[in-house]
Ligand binder design. Structure first.
Ligand code: G3P
Length: 217
């Protein structure tokens, strides 16, 4: 499973990139606004850090014509920039055109397998089902993930499923169990995933036993 980080913060991206496990970055208008900058500026900086790894940049236009124009501009920033569109009829129309021009679309704000299926039929390179926001309203986001992956696999779509809106490490586990291609994970969750109290306990014990024989390190 590929790990993307869900942030527009350059320091967080650079730190996780140094771990050697980063496959891409997703941004959205809220994440970019948090950094006090604008999408084209920040996405250009992120694209440079990532080399050929994908970075998602979200359009703000809400009609197909505007999405196509904005998507072309965003993709022109760097070849690894893909275009994020919120699931709706206008985005389906825009996805058909952008994908035919070789511009990858990440269809976002997906909350049902049928939305994902329609986005895949329109040619989306990625779909982003929001598992956390479904959990937030008491529905099982992980069930939607599994159903989405199953349906796209059944019909042979190349569209990659990005588990998004990750609230805790268990969502990453659910994404892996469901066979998602990608999980886009917040910085703090990545930090939580790497550690375990039994690992810390084991490291301390190994150190203590070593030092009994070899003296303090
Ligand atoms: O960036 C897309 C998605 O991961 C955001 O999810 O619910 O944490 O705002 P959320």
């Amino acid at each position: 499973m590929k790990f993307f980080i869900d942030t527009a913060n350059l320091d967080m991206i650079k730190e996780i990139d140094s771990w050697g496990i980063l496959d891409g970055v997703t941004t959205n208008p809220s994440l970019v606004a948090k950094e006090g900058t604008d999408t084209p500026t920040r996405v250009a900086e992120i694209a440079k850090i990532l080399g050929d790894r994908p970075v998602s940049a979200e359009c703000m236009s809400m009609d197909a014509e505007g999405m196509i124009a904005e998507g072309r501009k965003l993709h022109a920033i760097a070849p690894n920039v893909n275009v994020k569109l919120p699931m709706c009829v206008e985005s389906l129309k825009a996805t058909r055109v952008l994908s035919s021009e070789g511009i990858d679309v990440n269809m976002t704000l997906i909350f049902s397998p049928l939305q994902a299926l329609m986005a895949a039929k329109a040619g989306a390179a990625y779909v982003s089902p929001f598992v956390g926001r479904l959990d937030d309203i008491g529905t099982r986001g992980s069930d939607m993930l599994a159903e989405t992956v199953g349906i796209l696999y059944t019909y042979g779509f190349d569209t990659e499923v990005i588990a998004a809106s990750i609230r805790h490490p268990t969502h990453v586990l659910d994404a892996a169990d469901a066979g998602c291609d990608i999980a886009t994970i917040p910085y703090n969750i990545l930090k939580m995933m790497v550690s375990h109290p039994k690992t810390d306990e084991g490291i301390a014990k190994f150190k203590a036993d070593y030092e009994k024989v070899n003296g303090p390190q």
